[in-house]
Write a protein of this length. Structure first.
Length: 284
């Protein structure tokens, strides 16, 4: 069977669900999953479907064209269709922190992540040995104030050469420029401490410890030009107390970063996230 996923958003109106489901039935398809949400404030409709078709009679290009003519134009939809047989290609950007990188690669070889990882890009050579141990090409593209533009051009060249669909910043300690963001809008996933912006800087856990916080957390989001203010995909927290040391804070924080980032990657690769007005609709 051929399985496809359809993501839809448009202005809310009567008959959308009935029209879509009837269309799938008329195309000899079987809906195996359906979920929808209506944003009452903005009067926007969101829907996610997974459908199965017999491979021998199903044509993806034909289906796309007919769906757009019969359904898409009727409701003025923004819609995306994804073939479940096609795994997205994900590039990993890293610097010197290794915990998120190890976690992603471990999940990758365990088939927990439905992706291909064609390359790893870093601004330092320090983690190349990890890439080698997983047989993934590693490219060190050094970034300085003077070479930032040239470095970005090289990054873009590599991303296009390896036909990358989206990027994960696994504790990549560089600000992504507007050009790269424009090329991969809503397709660059970052992880950061939930302390931000309350505890900015290089040592947020130290700042949080001194302040005597009772919870620490992590947030995964899509990257926008507004630093750390992109649409949020996933968040989590854990409690801390006066009995914990700074080392405890850091270890707990790193565990959260790995968990939250991996959840975000799974949601993105399973096509369960839709972005609208700097927010996300996340289907579970």
């Amino acid at each position: 069977m051929k399985r496809i996923t359809i993501l839809i958003n448009c202005k809310d109106s009567k008959g959308i669900i009935a029209s879509v489901t009837n269309f799938i039935h008329q195309q000899s398809g079987n809906i195996v999953y359906i979920d929808q949400h209506v944003d009452r404030v903005d009067n926007m409709f969101f829907m996610r479907l997974e459908c199965e078709f017999s491979k021998g009679v199903f044509s993806l290009p034909v289906f796309k064209n007919v769906f757009n003519e019969v359904i898409g134009k009727k409701f003025d939809m923004t819609w995306r269709l994804h073939d479940s047989d096609s795994k997205p290609k994900m590039a990993i950007f890293v610097s010197k922190y290794e915990h998120c990188l190890y976690d992603i690669l471990s999940r990758y070889i365990s088939n927990e992540l439905e992706v291909e990882i064609p390359l790893i890009i870093s601004n330092h050579p320090d983690l190349e040995h990890i890439a080698k141990s997983f047989n993934i090409p590693y490219f060190c593209v050094k970034v300085t104030k003077e070479t930032k533009q040239q470095a970005e051009e090289e990054q873009l060249r590599l991303l296009k050469e390896y036909k990358v669909d989206f990027i994960v910043l696994a504790r990549y300690m560089q600000i992504i420029s507007s050009k790269l963001i424009a090329e991969y809008t809503d397709h660059i996933i970052n992880i950061h401490h939930s302390f931000l912006p309350a505890f900015p800087g290089a040592k947020p856990y130290h700042s949080a410890y001194k302040r005597g916080v009772k919870i620490i957390g992590a947030t995964s989001h899509y990257v926008t030009e507004d630093l750390d203010e992109g649409p949020i995909i996933e968040q989590d927290i854990t409690r801390v107390s006066h009995t914990h040391t700074i080392k405890d804070f850091i270890l707990k924080g790193r565990d959260l970063e790995k968990i939250v980032l991996s959840r975000a990657l799974k949601l993105h690769t399973k096509r369960k996230v839709m972005v609208y007005n700097n927010k996300t609709v996340v289907f579970t």
